[in-house]
Unconditional design. Structure first.
Length: 130
C-alpha cells in the first residue's frame, strides 16, 4: 500500500486545493504512479475522484468502481467526512471492507491472464518446431 495526495503541499489556511494547484502537482503524481505501477487506486474524497474519474459523482454502491486498462479505481468518501457527517461512518467502513475482495479479484484476474499468456507462448513455440 502506498498513500499519496493529488497535491504535494497543503494549501494555506487548510482550504480546498484550487484546480490549478492540482494541475501543477500532476507531474509528480504521474511520476509516482509510473514508478509504483499500482493495480488499484483508491480515491479518498472528491478531489482525487475528480482527477481519476472526471464527471462522476460518488454514490455508495458499485457504480464507484471503474477499471481502465490494468488499473482498478475505487472511489470512497474521504475518512474525514465521517467527522463532519457521522452518518457516513458506516458507508466508509463498508467501502473499506470491500477492498480486500476487489484486490483478490484483481489477483485472480492477473493469474488467469498470466496463465493464458504462458499457454499462448508455449503454443507459439510448439508451432515453431513444425
Amino acid at each position: 500500500m502506498y498513500i499519496t495526495n493529488v497535491i504535494k503541499t497543503r494549501p494555506p489556511d487548510n482550504r480546498d486545493p484550487l484546480p490549478q494547484e492540482i494541475i501543477n502537482c500532476r507531474p509528480w503524481l504521474n511520476q509516482q504512479l509510473e514508478i509504483i505501477k499500482p493495480r488499484m487506486i483508491v480515491t479518498l474524497g472528491r478531489y482525487s475522484m475528480g482527477l481519476f474519474m472526471p464527471g462522476q459523482d460518488y454514490q455508495p454502491d458499485t457504480r464507484h468502481c471503474r477499471q481502465k486498462r490494468w488499473v482498478l479505481y475505487f472511489a470512497m468518501y474521504h475518512p474525514a467526512a465521517a467527522l463532519h457527517q457521522g452518518n457516513l461512518r458506516g458507508v466508509i467502513e463498508s467501502d473499506m471492507l470491500k477492498i480486500p475482495g476487489l484486490l483478490a479479484g484483481l489477483k485472480k484476474e492477473t493469474e488467469l491472464n498470466d496463465t493464458a499468456q504462458k499457454s499462448q507462448k508455449e503454443e507459439v513455440q510448439q508451432l515453431k518446431l513444425l
